[in-house]
Structure formats: structure tokens, C-alpha cells
Write a protein that binds this ligand. Structure first.
Ligand code: HEC
Ligand code: HEC
Ligand code: HEC
Ligand code: HEC
Ligand code: HEC
Length: 178
């Protein structure tokens, strides 16, 4: 029988682990509740089509590094607030954006297109030097009205190599794996 006044080290460990799991679940649930139902794992249901077509914004305003570096980058909520500090619409999503920014100034948008660490890829090389359209690799992201659940295109090694072959670009393993 257990004595009750003393916990064995293994039971203490087990209890400790349980507390950690409960905290993690609580945290995850909290994050989940902040999200609008049915949307992607993003803090705000951002609408590309509206901002690109109707507001007329350039990709570079929000993905500011594609022309200069390896990564294009995702905007922070602070950038959204340059226009949305005061509500411009009746949209509940916009109200949520402003509220969320008041609670936590840095809820981050999550990156969906991602390469493993062993792959070297440069946006500058492909968009500025090679002059490729964003949609070649990212599909119709600019016409989405809510964040997609997953990357719209699965970028594979074969996809990189096929285009390189067509354009007489190197197929050396070490060009892409550094
Ligand atoms: C007002 C800011 C804004 C503008 C303008 C904008 N985007 Fe975005 N973009 C975002 C946000 C926020 C996300 C993350 C949420 C989402 O996927 O909708 C994102 C996500 C993306 C992603 C997915 C990145 C990833 O790995 O998850 C791509 C690709 C992208 N945008 C391309 C474009 C292109 C191409 C244009 C121009 C035609 C553009 N964006 C214009 C804000 C913007
Ligand atoms: C250059 C100014 C500007 C920036 C920067 C900007 N927006 Fe907007 N946004 C607008 C305008 C203008 C409207 C629509 C106005 C209308 O419909 O009359 C709008 C509408 C919205 C709406 C309401 C419509 C809807 O889709 O529900 C949301 C939400 C929104 N934006 C989120 C964002 C987010 C998130 C960012 C940052 C990633 C952002 N905006 C950055 C100008 C901007
Ligand atoms: C030749 C294919 C290709 C083209 C063209 C391309 N991208 Fe990407 N993009 C990628 C890859 C691959 C990743 C993932 C990179 C990583 O994780 O290292 C990515 C990631 C992104 C991301 C996520 C954040 C980041 O910087 O990693 C954004 C945003 C993005 N691209 C925007 C753009 C925009 C805007 C354009 C057009 C100006 C564009 N991309 C053109 C292949 C491409
Ligand atoms: C749609 C065509 C296309 C796709 C897809 C593409 N590339 Fe490229 N890539 C090019 C072109 C064209 C160049 C040559 C640009 C120049 O003139 O320097 C290039 C150049 C490169 C270089 C520099 C090569 C050198 O000579 O050193 C690397 C590295 C590279 N790409 C990696 C990738 C990776 C990684 C992917 C997949 C994630 C990819 N590329 C997908 C067209 C493409
Ligand atoms: C033009 C760019 C490019 C070239 C050239 C290239 N790779 Fe890759 N490779 C990639 C990308 C992008 C990925 C990650 C996406 C994927 O797994 O399809 C990858 C993934 C891999 C992986 C991991 C697969 C996995 O399941 O995780 C291996 C192993 C690999 N490459 C080996 C090679 C070898 C060996 C060569 C030379 C014969 C080579 N690669 C040439 C772009 C390239």
C-alpha cells in the first residue's frame, strides 16, 4: 500500500510530467481558442486577394526581403497596424486584429513553405536574377481570400531539378545542399 505522506522519486517524476503535459495542453487550447473557427493556423484570417487586388499593395511591402536576400519574410502585426490602428471596416476579423494586437503585440504568422536546413535556396536569385513569378513556386497564393491550411504547392527536389535542367542551370548536389 502507498504510505501517502511520501512520494517515490518515480511517482514524483510522473506527477511532474503530468503537470507539464497539462500546462502544454492548456496553452495549446488557449492558442486554439484565439483562432477563428475553420481557418488556417494563423493568428488572423488574412485576405491576400483584397489587399493585392483592391487595396493595390505590392508583395514587397509585406514580404520585404525577397529582392535582397534568401528569405522573403513574413510581416509582423505591427505592419498591419500601420493601416489598421483604427477600424476601417465592419469586419469582425479586423476588430479581432486590433484586439489581438492590444493583448500581444507580436502574434506571428506561421510559415508554411519551408525547406529542410540542408537546402540552400535564395529568393533574390530566383525572382530578381532569374525573373521568375512568385506563382511559379507558390501557386495562386495572391488570390486566396483566407490563409491556406498548408503550402499550396509541394516544392520538391524534382521540381527544382526539372526547372534547372530546362534552363541549363547546375544540377550539382552541392549547389543546393551546402
Ligand atoms: C498586406 C500584407 C501582404 C501582402 C501585400 C502580400 N502578402 Fe503574402 N502573406 C501575408 C501574410 C499575413 C501571410 C501569412 C498568412 C497567409 O498565408 O495568408 C502571407 C503568406 C504568403 C505566402 C506563404 C508563405 C508561407 O510560407 O506560409 C506567400 C508565398 C505569399 N504570401 C506571397 C505573396 C505574394 C506573391 C504577394 C503579392 C502578389 C503577397 N504575398 C502580398 C501578407 C501579405
Ligand atoms: C496599406 C494599408 C494596409 C495594410 C498595411 C494592411 N491592410 Fe488590411 N485592409 C486595408 C484596407 C484598405 C482594407 C479594406 C477596406 C475596405 O474593405 O473598405 C483592409 C481590410 C482588412 C480586413 C477586413 C476585411 C477582411 O478581410 O475581413 C482585415 C481583417 C485586414 N485588412 C487584415 C490585415 C492584416 C492581417 C494585415 C497585415 C498582414 C493588413 N490588413 C495590412 C489596408 C491595409
Ligand atoms: C523558384 C521558386 C520560388 C519562387 C519563384 C518564389 N519563391 Fe517564395 N519560397 C520558395 C521556397 C523554396 C521557400 C521556402 C524557403 C525556405 O524555407 O528556406 C519560399 C518561401 C517563401 C515565403 C515564406 C517566408 C520565407 O521567406 O521563407 C514567402 C513569404 C515567399 N516565399 C514569398 C515569395 C514571393 C513574394 C515571391 C515572388 C516575389 C516568391 N516567394 C517567389 C520558393 C520560391
Ligand atoms: C522555375 C524554375 C526554377 C525552379 C523551380 C528552381 N530554380 Fe533554382 N534557378 C533557376 C534559374 C533560372 C537559376 C539561374 C539564375 C541565374 O541566372 O543566376 C537558378 C539558380 C539556382 C541556384 C544557383 C546555382 C549556381 O549556379 O550556383 C541555386 C542554388 C538554386 N537555383 C537552387 C534552387 C532550389 C533549391 C530550388 C527548389 C527549392 C530551385 N532552385 C528551384 C530556376 C529555378
Ligand atoms: C536544384 C536543387 C537541388 C539539387 C541540384 C539537388 N537537390 Fe537534393 N534536395 C533539394 C530540395 C529542395 C530538397 C528538399 C525537398 C525534398 O525533399 O524533395 C532535397 C532533398 C534531398 C535529400 C533528402 C530527401 C529526404 O527525404 O529528406 C537528399 C538525400 C538529397 N536531396 C540528395 C541530393 C543529391 C545526392 C543530389 C545530387 C545528385 C541532390 N540532392 C541535388 C534540392 C536539390
Amino acid at each position: 500500500m502507498m504510505s501517502g505522506d511520501r512520494l517515490s522519486p518515480t511517482r514524483r517524476l510522473a506527477l511532474g510530467a503530468l503537470v507539464l503535459v497539462a500546462a502544454a495542453v492548456g496553452f495549446a487550447a488557449g492558442r486554439f481558442l484565439l483562432r477563428p473557427a475553420g481557418s488556417a493556423p494563423q493568428p488572423i484570417a488574412f485576405n491576400h486577394l483584397l489587399h493585392v487586388e483592391e487595396v493595390g499593395m505590392e508583395c514587397a511591402t509585406c514580404h520585404e526581403h525577397f529582392a535582397s536576400g534568401e528569405h522573403a519574410g513574413l510581416p509582423g502585426i505591427d505592419l498591419c497596424l500601420t493601416c489598421h490602428e483604427e477600424p476601417m471596416t465592419e469586419s469582425p476579423e479586423e476588430r479581432r486584429l486590433i484586439e489581438l494586437a492590444g493583448i500581444d503585440p507580436s502574434p506571428a504568422f506561421i510559415k508554411l513553405f519551408r525547406m529542410p536546413d540542408h537546402v540552400y535556396y535564395s529568393h533574390r536569385r530566383h525572382t530578381v536574377v532569374a525573373g521568375l513569378e512568385c506563382s511559379t513556386c507558390h501557386g495562386p497564393i495572391a488570390s486566396t481570400t483566407a490563409p491556406p491550411q498548408a503550402a499550396l504547392v509541394r516544392i520538391t527536389m524534382q521540381m527544382c531539378i526539372d526547372c534547372h535542367e530546362k534552363n541549363d542551370v547546375t544540377g550539382d548536389c552541392s549547389a543546393c545542399h551546402r
